[in-house]
Design a protein around this ligand. Structure first.
Ligand code: AMP
Ligand code: MG
Length: 426
């Protein structure tokens, strides 16, 4: 028997014999580390072509361009209070009431020395006036006001352009259109935003054991879990989800289902990417022209994750165990979709926290532990849920945090600072 090494072997490399390789050719594939794998995904995930989106429909999307203020904000010197517009130099003193400036109804008159104009919050400060005295500090008579205190010029006046000047950027290209950013664009007079079109994502669960909830379970069958989870997780990103019916581990059926899914911008499968006899997804995809970029990443759970492309379509093969699928979705699929949406910073946003208990590190793989977060005084503390095996999805239902335990030797002691990712809590 001849053995041919197709790559040099280093300690820690993963050695395998995938069933679809030529017998007796020993293949050696190093596990990619997480950062390298994410980099590869993002290298293939470019923002989709942009389209004009009315501002009222742009919530949750990403601006493809710098949005520029069309006007100064505020567009005119305006009052910050209900009260009287005055000349600061006239105070303290008794002033004749001369006209009113209400929000949206400027008085249009110049304020003469010795006079005060009634003014409401957001109204134009009349020409000649340089301060506003709040109504609480005024004694009002029929035609006069008595103001006992001096005020400085500019008091309670919002200067024109004090928030932003016309021509300045109010939403950067690649910025998520959060409610506050939408408000910034609206305040600047912008009616329409350029956004990458919404990605279409096909979600396909594979496995002959899967049964739709609602049907009775036959021998050896389990309820289909991943499709529901992935569709919900991705829909929350604002993408269009095509939730395909689950497909059996059968070459013909799989081919048909994959071919349909490959017409989307992103195809996400679950199951069938491991090394078993019935793990057919990667071979079927190869047969359909998918070029694999990587397979297997040094994470736990989720090691057998695959990623490839066919034309512009990104293809993710998540492992079947539901917790592995959840972790793969957070670490690879969601960042890719955020990148397609045009987000400038698409990687998961980890936060710092402290471990409530000591955890043994995995020597080869970065581990992602499901936990509950809570405050202990000012410290955010992470308590792992019991039951960390990758099939235990019900246990994950109680978690709001995915805690990153970097690979290494020995234990991370209780109280150690770690990074964690917030899981959707609804
Ligand atoms: P696989 O990755 O296909 O080897 O599957 C690994 C494990 O995940 C097996 O125990 C499968 O029964 C289970 N599994 C695969 N797909 C799903 C799914 N959609 N829902 C729930 N469990 C699944
Ligand atoms: Mg399977």
């Amino acid at each position: 028997m001849a053995l041919q090494l197709v790559q040099p072997v280093a300690p820690g490399d993963y050695v395998s014999w995938p069933h679809d390789y030529v017998p007796y050719v020993l293949t050696v594939a190093s596990l990619l580390n997480l950062e390298e794998a994410q980099e590869q995904v993002l290298r293939h995930a470019h923002p989709l072509a942009s389209e004009p989106v009315p501002i009222a429909a742009a919530a949750g999307r990403v601006s493809a361009e710098d949005v520029v203020a069309g006007v100064d904000l505020p567009p005119f010197a305006s009052s910050a209070m209900d009260g009287f517009a005055v000349r600061a130099a006239d105070l303290p003193g008794k002033l004749r009431i001369a006209g009113e400036s209400a929000a949206g109804r400027p008085s249009g008159e110049r304020l003469e020395p010795g006079s005060a104009a009634a003014i409401s919050t957001g109204a134009v400060v009349p020409e000649g006036a340089d301060a506003v005295v709040p109504i609480e500090n005024v004694v009002r008579y029929d035609n006069d006001v008595e103001i006992a205190q001096a005020v400085g010029p500019g008091a309670h006046v919002r200067p024109r352009g004090g928030d932003v000047a016309a021509g300045e950027v109010v939403v950067p290209a690649g910025g998520a259109l959060t409610p506050a950013r939408l408000a910034a664009a609206a305040a600047s007079g912008v009616a329409e935003l350029a956004c990458a079109r919404r990605p279409r994502v096909a979600v396909l669960a594979t496995g002959s054991e899967l049964v739709v909830p609602g049907e009775p379970l036959g021998p050896g069958q389990i309820y289909e879990t991943n499709g529901v989870m992935l569709a919900a997780s991705l829909a929350a990103l604002g993408v269009e989800v095509l939730h395909e019916p689950a497909v059996a581990d059968d070459e013909t059926a799989l081919r048909e289902a994959l071919e349909r899914g490959l017409t989307a911008d992103v195809l996400v499968t679950s199951g069938g990417v491991s090394v078993g006899e019935h793990d057919l997804v990667r071979a079927a995809e190869r047969g359909l022209g998918v070029e694999e970029v990587f397979w297997r990443v040094s994470i736990k759970p989720g090691k057998p994750v695959s990623f490839g492309t066919r034309g512009d379509t990104l293809v993710f093969g998540l492992p079947g165990n539901p917790v592995s699928a959840l972790v793969g979705c957070e670490l690879f699929v969601k960042p890719a979709l955020r990148a397609l949406q045009g987000l400038a910073d698409p990687l998961p946003r980890f936060e710092p926290g402290r471990l409530a208990v000591g955890l043994r590190r995995n020597e080869e793989r970065d581990e992602f532990v499901r936990a509950r977060s809570r405050f202990d005084g000012d410290a955010l503390v992470l308590e792992p849920v019991t039951g960390q095996e990758s099939h235990m999805i019900v246990r994950s239902g109680a978690a709001d945090a995915l805690v990153h335990i970097p690979r290494g030797n020995g234990e991370l002691a209780a109280g150690s600072t770690v990074r964690w990712l917030r899981l959707a809590t609804g």
